[in-house]
Design a protein around this ligand. Structure first.
Ligand SMILES: [Zn+2]
Length: 380
């Protein structure tokens, strides 16, 4: 193409106006494509429509809601159904209709501004799902108590409705409810992550694989019960299992062995069993901070008499773990070393990952470890 000839033919003014017209045309075409994904807010951003990503992202958020906010499987999956409908879990997706709504929950206006300020204040990236799921949980807890309460529901359809009406603010817009899409999305995640605990995380996958390979030997023999730490100290007040004034749900789902009473830092198996998790709980989406979370050393054993025993909050690094997944441990065997001010020990007969969703309700999921230990207190 000979530009000089074209310019000569059009004249400079004609060339410039043609150029502007061409650019205008390009912009119009781009806007048409953007509007393709309007109305339901389910537009897919470039580079974020891979189904593997979707499952991985859904799993991460599911684990976060269960471990961090003690959601039930239904509560977490119901919330996922609503978020999937809003954004396909794409943290960067903007509503094609040009409303300015952005991200996982399609925040807009003041809520979008707060997403950014909250994430910045809390060291999180507002453009990632990690940052956005954390902000969503904060937002529900602080400003949408009806939605936050729904996280504990056992009715997934109810969760979808509350999240849509209350959290997404669509109670006056029935034409945007689209339950026929949101509810199946929620149920799909519920089926994928909860009915089969194996698929709930890569870690449970591997421990369950180990279980199937070791089917002949079954779970480790439970045997006796004994205190997990040595010392003469008492366990009093808020350290005890059960009613707790200071905690969420007024419930403490285990026993805290304080360092001032149990001065020896060694942590021993309180019951025999097979180690089904030994590692950083952050790797399975759980809160590994301390003192609010589980700490970075987290050990779970499973015994042939059906007990899962969890040991948490005892170390700020993974150096505190002295066993490996798949190990068989016996009562009194060294399993860890404490560097914090307490060890929290919990006992449940429910699959441990599901049980974490019941950490703040005294519904029988978690039982009092001292009742099991006291009859056989070897070290006190
Ligand atoms: Zn505790």
């Amino acid at each position: 193409m000979d530009w000089k000839k074209i310019i000569k033919w059009l004249g400079i003014g004609g060339f410039i106006s043609s150029f502007i017209a061409l650019m205008f045309f390009v912009v119009i075409v781009m806007m048409l494509f953007a509007n393709d994904s309007s109305d339901c807010g389910t537009g897919e951003g470039a580079g974020f429509n891979d189904s593997a990503d979707t499952t991985q992202n859904a799993k991460m958020m599911y684990e976060y809601m269960i471990s961090h906010d003690h959601a039930t499987p239904e509560g977490a999956a119901g919330t996922l159904g609503v978020f999937e409908f809003e954004s396909r879990f794409n943290p960067k997706v903007a509503n094609g209709a040009g409303s300015g709504a952005t991200g996982l929950a399609q925040w807009m206006g003041g809520r979008l501004t707060e997403l950014h300020s909250w994430c910045n204040a809390n060291g999180k990236d507002p453009n990632t799902l990690n940052g956005q799921i954390a902000f969503a949980m904060y937002e529900m807890k602080a400003k949408y108590p009806q939605s936050y309460a729904a996280l504990k529901s056992n009715d997934v359809d109810h969760v979808v409705e509350v999240m849509t009406n209350n959290y997404e603010g669509l109670s006056q817009n029935p034409e945007q409810w689209h339950y026929e899409q949101r509810k199946p999305m929620a149920k799909r995640w519920l089926g994928q992550f909860s009915s089969d605990p194996v698929s709930a995380s890569a870690i449970t996958d591997s421990s369950d694989d180990a279980a199937s390979q070791a089917d002949d030997c079954g779970d480790g023999e439970g045997g006796d019960w004994a205190p997990p730490m040595k010392g003469n100290g008492a366990i009093t007040g808020e350290q005890r299992f059960g009613h707790s004034e200071s905690r969420q749900g007024n419930f403490h789902d285990g026993v805290d062995y304080g360092s001032s009473s149990f001065t020896n830092p060694n942590v021993y198996a309180a019951h025999g069993g097979k180690v089904v998790f030994a590692g950083d709980p952050g790797t399975v989406g759980m809160d590994n901070s301390f003192p609010n979370g589980l700490g970075k050393s987290f050990v779970v054993t499973k015994s042939d008499d059906g007990y899962y025993v969890v040991y948490q909050e005892f170390n700020t690094s993974t150096d505190g773990i002295k066993v490996h997944e798949g190990d068989q441990v016996t009562t009194g065997q060294l399993i860890g070393v404490r560097n914090t001010d307490h060890l929290h020990m919990g006992v449940t007969k429910m699959d441990w990952k599901k049980a974490e969703g019941h950490a703040f309700s005294n519904d029988g999921t978690w039982v009092d470890p001292l009742k099991l230990i006291n009859s056989a207190s070897k070290y006190q």
